[in-house]
Ligand binder design. Structure first.
Ligand code: ATP
Length: 354
């Protein structure tokens, strides 16, 4: 088996470009998440892979063959939609074996395969139930089992968790991930939820306005975002505008030392990136890059506290774990320490809100 490869794939609706020249390789047996805000083109990209939308340009290569001319039925990919799209008039087992019936598989084989798949998704005793008797999570498992009935080479899921409540969504993310690893099936999941992508994916493709902004492991995307868009979309980060100096960056009148970014060319406009959880707060200026600040907002999130400070470099948000700084109040004066090895410099992008 070889990888699924997209070459310069583009989709235009009239003059509107929904997907703009996507070059991507989906590795065999891995789970890739297509992640981005509403309208960024991720569903359109998935639909082109599924054969539900024809590309305006470019190739979709599977096993070295361009499958763009094939219909969705000919591709035989497994697909789970946001709505699950189950048949309410058929029982659970018949929903699962539906595509086998269409393919002319005999009744005995169909029944055996449906039972095998229902056991795989932990619904072995629900085959005779009506769809209306199942919970949201159980329906989703039926949709997954149905999509896997024909042993598809590629498994596609479009926002598969969005109809589930938060707790169930968390559980199903883990279940789906375990199932995918167990089967070793090449899987592509569309989501706008960065936590979902981080939980499930081997690789994340971050998209914005029809373009691919970055491709990487969850760790790479989180710790080494390629640009301010990715940095602000994934996790919580402080983004400050500055200009490089020999050993760091000047933000307004304040010089911050930056380490581990290679040799810096002074005078370049950059965005300084620092995760909320990387900021340390204290009452004394002890370390490097200490900026004084006035507390303007405090939010208790149980496991952590979010504290906003107005400082000479702009607003800094710190996320402090546990019950430390319990006594901090709006109006307090604190020092924010932006340790040099937690600062990363990103190229400036036009029109990106920090
Ligand atoms: P969401 O999370 O909201 O579904 P998305 O990232 O999946 O967003 P797409 O559904 O791929 O985005 O849509 C990308 C853009 O293409 C949107 O601006 C959408 O309005 C447009 N679009 C999608 N399908 C069509 C169509 N059939 N005709 C015209 N425009 C379309």
């Amino acid at each position: 088996m070889s990888d699924l490869v997209l070459e310069n794939l583009r989709k235009q609706f009239g003059s509107f470009v929904a997907v703009d020249g996507a070059d991507l390789t989906f590795e065999n047996g891995k789970l890739t998440a297509l992640l981005g805000p509403s309208g960024c083109g991720k569903t359109t990209l998935l639909r082109m892979i599924a054969g539900l939308e024809s590309p305006s340009r470019g190739k979709i290569m599977l096993n070295g063959q361009d499958i763009a001319p094939l219909t969705a039925e000919q591709r035989k990919f497994g697909m789970v939609f946001q709505s699950f799209a189950l048949f309410p008039h058929l029982n659970v087992a018949r929903n699962v074996s539906y595509s086998l019936r269409i393919a002319g598989v005999d009744a005995k084989t169909r029944r055996a395969r449906a039972q095998e798949l229902l056991e795989l998704v932990q619904l072995g005793d629900k085959g005779r139930n009506r769809i209306g008797e199942l919970s949201g999570g159980q329906r989703q498992r039926v949709a997954i089992a149905r999509a896997l009935a024909q042993n598809p080479e590629i498994f596609l899921l479009d926002e598969p968790m969005s109809a589930l409540d938060a707790k169930l969504r968390n559980d199903m993310q883990m279940e789906l991930r375990l199932l995918q690893q167990q089967l070793g099936i090449t899987t592509i999941v569309v989501t706008h939820d960065q936590r979902e992508a981080m939980t499930m994916a081997d690789r994340i493709v971050v998209m914005s306005q029809g373009r691919i902004e970055q491709v990487g492991t969850p760790q790479e995307i989180y710790h080494r975002p390629a640009n301010p868009f990715v940095a602000s979309f994934i996790g919580n980060a402080n983004l400050l505008q500055g200009r490089t100096i020999k050993n760091g960056v000047r933000v307004d009148q304040t010089e911050l030392i930056v380490k581990g970014q290679g040799e810096l060319v002074p005078g370049a406009e950059v965005t300084v990136f620092c995760r909320h959880e990387a900021v340390r707060l204290s009452t004394d200026s002890l370390g490097e890059n200490c900026v004084p600040g006035l507390v303007t907002f405090v939010r208790d999130e149980g496991v952590a506290r979010e504290i906003h400070l107005e400082t000479p470099v702009g607003r800094i948000t710190a996320e402090i774990p546990g019950s430390f700084h319990e006594t901090v109040r709006i109006g307090d004066r604190l020092i924010a320490e932006l340790s040099p090895d937690t600062l990363h410099l990103l190229p400036v992008a036009e029109g990106v809100a920090a």
